[in-house]
Design a protein around this ligand. Structure first.
Ligand SMILES: [Zn+2]
Length: 512
């Protein structure tokens, strides 16, 4: 049986966010033992990780099942994750990397390494943490052991990543509903490579193109068509994988933006040709990535003009899934001012407000300041007189296509009711993409008229089928999909749409 080591350090770093990401943010906390986020679980490995991920629709869950199918012995060394946020402290990264490399050396000889990475991690000292990590793993295992890394669709692929990985397999879908399938694919590719049935050869080509999350959604155009083309290409002889990394535009690093990676069987020339062809197809659609933002007042008018139906207002600017603080108040303020009815704001991360609600108790009416406490980029705190309808430990099990079966935890949670507006206030930053979150606090989404969600796109995985209409809200924040807001200093230039760039293939840059 082939011996395959796995490791994951995952973070999506928003370099415009003000709160740094610490080691503590990466440490796993079993939800049931720790609803208030106190004790840390450390760096689990081996059977403990296999148990945690087995049966979940996660990357590692997929690797476990794929390894079984491919006849690989999977040995997890480390798997840590932190909610997207500000720049990772250098000491935190060095500690995690140190644990990973120590365990890699201690594990002895191996046949392959599967890495479960995001691809957009930035530390205080490294723009390209994943490139550094893959290069470091390569140094330990040597030049011939295959290293296959899975990446988020928001990976900013770099020359270092492309040079040292044997293959890069990114999520196809946004919402990321195919994490499990990509984990399976990585393990199966590893099996095929080890048995000599496949000789993976990678080509990665970077486009001079930056895109914003709302239009990166693969349920919508232009990505629906582009993804279909990628899938068709994967059916061609000699092509093992086609990955469209759309990039994370809220990381001001040289290599932010769109990159196509193709893994071919044995032929570097074929991999490069297909990567260039796919890149060209994306380039031709570059103007279709333009985002339209809707003012909250317009969304409210729309709701009032209809007798029924659910309208979802995506507050992507304050998406904690992209590193924002999740305590933005712009929509809440406008809904309260407009005396909206049957409206919900989910969620506002505000431990102080939760503590006040908990101290007052269910059934009481309190006056408090909600949200807007992290920085001055997400609106001021909103003063509310609200009824405390419910308090909970904030635990729920995800039921949608993303991470089904994963136990999620909001920390202690309160549902506050101010007039016709319900606000879900919780201790932790969490992206409310799964309808299971609202249902866990007694709110049936289909009974409401307007739900504001701190999510850019992932919410579509469960809300698209129940929403009559979805608007991308025009709100402030460090995840606002508006290039005019950001002052890029390190990003390579020229890059579209920040400026015009030379036409055609000459603008493509091969990373490998
Ligand atoms: Zn992503």
């Amino acid at each position: 049986m082939y011996r395959v080591l796995t490791a994951g350090i995952r973070h999506e770093t928003n370099t415009f966010a003000t709160v740094p990401t610490t080691l503590d943010d990466f440490l796993y906390r079993p939800p049931e033992s720790n609803p208030s986020g106190a004790a840390a679980g450390g760096f689990a490995s081996g059977d403990e990780l296999l148990e945690r991920f087995r049966g979940t629709r996660t990357i590692h869950g997929g690797m476990i099942d794929g390894a079984r199918e491919a006849g690989l012995e999977l040995i997890p060394l480390l798997n840590v994750y932190a909610t997207p946020g500000g720049v990772v402290q250098a000491s935190a990264y060095e500690t995690m990397k140190g644990v990973l490399l120590d365990r890699l050396r201690e594990a002895g000889a191996c046949d392959g390494v599967l890495l479960d990475l995001h691809g957009a991690m930035v530390t205080e000292t490294l723009e390209d943490a994943e490139g550094d990590l893959i290069a470091s793993v390569r140094e330990v295992v040597g030049p011939t052991v295959p290293i296959i890394a899975t990446l988020d669709l928001h990976a900013n692929v770099t020359p270092l990543m492309a040079r040292h990985a044997t293959a890069l397999i990114g999520f196809d879908e946004y919402p990321h509903s195919d994490m499990y399938e990509r984990g399976v694919e990585a393990a199966l590719m590893m099996g095929a490579a080890l048995r000599g049935e496949l000789r993976p050869v990678l080509a990665s080509v970077q486009l001079p193109l930056l895109t914003m999350p709302p239009r990166q959604c693969t349920l919508c155009e232009p990505m629906r068509t582009l993804l279909r083309k990628a899938h068709e290409m994967e059916q061609e002889p000699g092509i093992a994988n086609v990955t469209l990394s759309l990039g994370f535009p809220f990381a001001d690093i040289r290599d932010a933006g769109v990159c196509v990676s193709v893994t071919a069987d044995g032929s570097a020339e074929l991999a490069r040709r297909k990567a260039a062809e796919m890149a060209q197809a994306i380039w031709e659609k570059r103007d279709d990535f333009t985002v339209k933002l809707t003012p909250v007042t317009e969304a409210l008018e729309y709701v009032r003009s209809r007798p029924n139906g659910l309208v979802v207002l995506a507050d992507g600017s304050d998406n904690p899934g992209g590193g924002a603080p999740c305590d933005g108040t712009e929509i809440l303020r406008q809904l309260v001012d407009a005396d909206a009815r049957d409206a919900v704001v989910a969620v506002i991360a505000d431990p102080e407000a939760v503590a006040q609600a908990a101290a007052a108790g269910v059934g009481s009416t309190i006056t408090l300041e909600v949200g807007g406490k992290t920085d001055d980029q997400h609106g001021a705190p909103v003063r509310l007189t609200a009824y405390v309808r419910l308090l909970s430990d904030g635990e729920f099990v995800q039921k949608g296509p993303m991470g089904r079966g994963v136990r999620a935890c909001m920390g202690r949670t309160a549902v506050l009711v101010a007039g016709g507006v319900e606000v879900v206030v919780c201790e932790r930053r969490i992206q409310p993409y799964d309808t299971a979150l609202l249902r866990s606090v007694g709110i049936e989404p289909t009974d409401r008229r307007l739900i504001a969600l701190k999510s850019a796109v992932h919410f579509r995985s469960t809300y698209e089928e129940i929403a009559e209409r979805i608007f991308d809200a025009d709100t402030p924040g460090v995840h606002r999909p508006d290039f005019a807001q950001y002052e890029y200093r390190r990003l390579r230039r020229p890059i579209y749409p920040l400026e015009q760039v030379p036409e055609g293939e000459s603008a493509l840059s091969f990373l490998r």
